[in-house]
Ligand binder design. Structure first.
Ligand code: PEP
Ligand code: MG
Length: 627
């Protein structure tokens, strides 16, 4: 009998509901309150989502549901008011201590930039408008602290819910979060914490708050599944950075999963199986083994150059968001960092990082990666990348609003401080500067003026910075792609941001699970734009990278290679697969393939063609020849 046949199915050892989180004996476990399957409720259910972090997780589900706290109103005699206020202040103090501890732990685990997530919450605990209103209610209405707090939370969240600006509106959820923490502390209960997970589990949730993701015990969390989100949502990016398999955008998830259910998630294909049958369980167990085997196998050749069978070298770089990813850059032997998303240093914090703090971070990065380059992209805030912060200016709206370079150009002091910090860091290593979301040469020239002015500031102050720091732009707005020849005269390199280029070209919101089926990297319009960008850049003697997700898709990568792309930059975990694919093909066959693919009238036709030509060599760690 093989090992596979004897592996017990996790359904045979179901966990008790809520038993995944250790508590201090008092516990704050909550039962699910969504609709539950009827009948036996044990049937296998397949759900489809968006795979955002590769790998296969097979575990018991740990369902995170919002904690509903029953708040009773108690009328107080006048002499009980001051002790009640003292009890409230104690709970506020305890909440502060807890948040500081979480922040400290986060700073140690994932770096300072994410620890600032909690500054907004800590500030709120010090905000007398909020805590003062609770105390006033206790005094004037002669009620218990829980009731006064509950009413105050409702008052503030009701107010924020009426505000149009999503950035400000988001502040309402911060108030809810902080308020619930105080409520739990008043009730003497400890807040749910993924840091205390006792057994290995797959986390199932509507969405994951930064505090949940940041504090989770990574040795125990086998996978993450959420109902909302897309590839660029905060939890997706964190999951990839932490190399935890994850699927997002799973409709109906909380309707069918119960705590302790066996659950399988395939973070490559976006499949989720709830309560798998024995056959399904064995099949995925086998896939998981193969995936792990392939991962090890791929790592074995990782130090080999990324060179085609006919001698064409492709530069493979890494995209990073967190400083802790530096170790993955080294592990996967990336040739530098093709995209450092600096906005993650700015997100989820009440106080923006100073020029000096930025300088320290960028310097640490370029020193760690040198002599290889680090492409530091200036702020790409806005769109979906600001939601937990409330320190940003008003007017940052929507995916086509005051986003990225537009925001930077409207906040020149902040922009200049970032540019000065990058320039200063460039004295310590190989830094390059890149502007996001450039839509035309006017915008680019305006940004270059700020860059010049930042250089003048430093020169005047006698501060050292690297001479001739290369400058590039993201090509991610269709107008920039079409007019790439004009932009090419102004910069040293391009990096194609396919995530946004596809969304804007096809008018598909990239984080919307509803229209994800129309998000097609191989759409003829997308391929033609990319081809055009590469051709005009090369004609004008500048190099072209791609740092969008498309570069990490093996099917697309062979076409990009054939079009003559100079660099592919991707999330570190994708690097081994892409290296393997490139090493298995010749440049000439990819160039021929690219020509043919460009004649396809649909993405499906293009995909079929690539499969026919290269399919067998596309590396897919879970058995299918391609994604
Ligand atoms: C892109 O748009 O492809 C890109 C790499 O930038 P981001 O995903 O950060 O928008
Ligand atoms: Mg982009």
């Amino acid at each position: 009998m093989t090992e596979r046949e004897t592996t017990p199915h996790p359904l045979h050892t179901p966990a008790k509901a809520g038993s995944g989180v250790a508590d201090d004996g008092r516990g704050d476990r909550t039962e699910g309150n969504g609709p539950r399957p009827t009948g036996s409720g044990r049937e296998e259910i397949y759900l489809k989502g968006i795979g955002v972090s590769p790998g296969i997780a097979i575990a018991k589900a740990m369902v995170l549901e919002s904690q509903s706290i029953l708040v009773r109103r108690n009328d107080l005699p006048a002499n009980a008011v001051e002790p009640e206020i003292a009890r409230f202040r104690e709970a506020v103090q305890l909440s502060k201590t807890q948040l500081l501890a979480v922040k400290q732990r986060l700073a140690e685990d994932v770096g300072l930039e994410h620890a600032y997530i909690f500054d907004a919450h800590l500030t709120m605990l010090d905000d007398l408008t909020f805590t003062g209103q609770v105390e006033n209610r206790i005094r004037s209405e002669l009620v218990n602290a829980e009731h006064a707090l509950h009413d105050t939370i409702r008052h503030f969240t009701g107010f924020f819910a009426t505000i149009d600006d999503p950035l400000i509106r988001e502040r309402g959820s911060d108030i809810n979060d902080v308020g619930n923490r105080i409520l739990l502390n008043l009730a003497g209960e400890r807040r749910r914490s993924l840091a205390n997970l006792e057994f290995e589990a797959a986390i199932v949730a509507k969405d994951l708050a930064p505090s949940d993701t940041a504090t989770m015990n990574r040795r125990k969390v086998r996978g993450l599944v959420t109902m909302v989100g897309g590839k660029t949502s905060h939890s997706a990016i964190m999951a990839r950075a932490l190399e935890i398999p994850a699927v997002v955008g799973v409709d109906g998830l909380l309707d069918v999963v119960r705590n302790g259910d066996a659950i399988i998630l395939d973070g490559l294909h976006g499949d989720v199986v709830v309560r798998p049958s024995n056959d399904t369980f064995q099949r995925y167990l086998e896939r998981q083994r193969r995936y792990k085997y392939f991962e090890r196998e791929l790592l074995r050749g990782i130090e080999l150059p990324t060179i085609t069978t006919d001698g064409y070298t492709m530069r493979i770089a890494a995209n990073i968001e967190l400083m802790q990813e530096i170790s993955s850059v080294t592990l996967y032997r990336a040739r530098g960092i093709g995209l450092y998303r600096t906005e993650f240093l700015f997100m989820n914090r009440a106080v923006l990082p100073s020029e000096d703090e930025q300088y320290e971070t960028y310097t640490q990065l370029v020193k760690a990666i040198q002599p290889d380059p680090v492409v530091i992209r200036t702020l790409d805030l806005g769109g979906d990348k600001f939601l937990s912060s409330f320190s940003m200016p008003k007017g940052v709206k929507g995916l086509s609003g005051l986003r990225a370079i537009r925001l930077s150009l409207s906040q020149v002091d902040m922009f200049k401080a970032q540019l000065r910090a990058i320039l200063r860091a460039s004295a310590h290593g190989n830094a390059k500067i890149m502007f996001p979301m450039i839509s035309g040469v006017g915008e680019l020239k305006a940004a270059k003026e700020v860059l010049e002015s930042a250089k003048e500031d430093l020169t005047r102050a006698g501060i050292a910075f690297g001479a001739n720091v290369p400058l590039g732009v993201m090509i991610e707005v269709p107008s920039a792609a079409v007019a790439a020849d004009i932009l090419a005269r102004e910069v040293d390199f391009f990096s194609i941001g396919s995530n946004d280029l596809i969304q804007y070209t096809l008018a598909i919101d990239r984080i919307s699970e509803e229209v994800a089926y129309l998000y097609e990297p191989l759409h003829p319009a997308v391929l033609r734009l990319i081809r055009h960008v590469i051709d005009v850049a090369h004609r004008q003697g500048i190099w072209v990278a791609m740092c969008g997700e498309m570069a990490s898709d093996p099917t697309a990568a062979v076409v990009l290679l054939g079009m003559g792309l100079d660099e592919m930059s991707m999330n570190p975990v994708s690097i081994p697969r892409i290296k393997r694919v490139i090493r298995s093909v010749s440049f000439q066959e990819c160039a021929d393939l690219a020509e043919e693919v460009l004649l396809s009238s649909t993405a499906q036709e293009a995909q079929d063609l690539i499969r026919r030509r290269i399919g067998g060599r596309l590396v897919d760690a879970v058995g299918a020849p391609e994604q």
